[in-house]
Design a protein around this ligand. Structure first.
Ligand SMILES: [Zn+2]
Ligand SMILES: [Zn+2]
Length: 259
């Protein structure tokens, strides 16, 4: 079995605190085989990860967490960022046209950015959208107190069960994750499409210590610092962001909210 965490946020998300190489380092340290950085309406971090991942003995998938008008959607195996604000069905069609697939992150929990059962059933009733929407998170480490409904309903849905960290801090990477037959990104995609993945929860209570840790790190970020590791053999530490990196992440950042 391989292990994957396919919903991680990097410094390219305005609400996250770890550089791409920091995430790769942590992912390698906790023994993941495949990761996807899925930043809020942003593809660049995940493309950086795809390029650097082999140095860490990992594979990375190009991905983004897209804000559809119906709620968040994790797009995988994409090369163009779908525009935000489209309906779920239109976003799925955009992803399908470029050969990608999608996962419903933290669904059915009534939080403002989550897809509703109605939206997901609507997509599954549309053959083109159904061919693209292939999985749903049944364990999301960030919303772990709200996941029960998703797990109950997942039994009735033709969607692969995914566990994800939704990490906005480095030590959460891989905390909840997905197991799949095989080892590679290709194997993972086949497992998602064949509904043979297994979602693995984070067993500890996450929210309180994560919130404190996040507040600490997001404050450091305001002052130009991030969790970073210079190389695959250097430990993760709080480091000042380079000027180039500060400019890069400033470029497109609009306020993105939550999860
Ligand atoms: Zn989200
Ligand atoms: Zn997220």
């Amino acid at each position: 079995m391989g292990t994957a965490d396919i919903h991680i946020h990097s410094i390219y998300s305005p609400d996250a605190t770890t550089t791409v190489r920091g995430i790769l380092k942590q992912a390698a340290d906790v023994g993941l085989d495949v990761i996807a950085i899925a930043d809020h309406d942003e593809l660049r971090g995940s493309l950086e990860a795809v390029k650097l991942a082999p140095n860490y003995g990992l594979e990375a998938i190009p991905a983004a967490e897209v804000a559809t008008s119906d709620g968040h959607l994790v797009a995988l195996f994409i090369n163009k960022l779908p525009p935000s604000g489209l309906s779920l069905v239109d976003t799925l069609s955009h992803i399908g046209d470029q050969g990608g697939i999608a996962i419903a992150p933290h669904p059915f929990n009534n939080l403002p950015n989550s897809l509703s059962m109605e939206a997901v059933l609507g997509a599954l009733a549309n053959p083109h959208a159904k061919a693209v929407l292939k999985g749903m998170e049944t364990y999301n480490m960030g919303t772990q107190n709200f996941d029960k409904v998703a797990r109950k309903l997942s039994v009735y849905l033709p969607l692969a069960k995914i566990g994800s960290s939704d990490a906005h801090i480095y030590w959460a990477v891989g905390g909840a994750h997905t197991e799949f037959p095989g080892k590679t990104a290709h194997d993972l995609r086949a497992a998602i499409e064949n509904n043979t993945t297994v979602a693995i929860p984070y067993e500890e209570e996450f929210s309180a210590k994560a919130l404190l840790s996040w507040v600490h790190r997001i404050t450091l970020r305001r002052f130009g610092f991030a969790s970073d590791a210079i190389s695959a053999s250097t430990p993760i530490d709080t480091q000042p962001l380079s000027k180039t990196m500060r400019q890069k992440i400033k470029k497109k950042n609009k306020k993105a909210d939550g999860d």
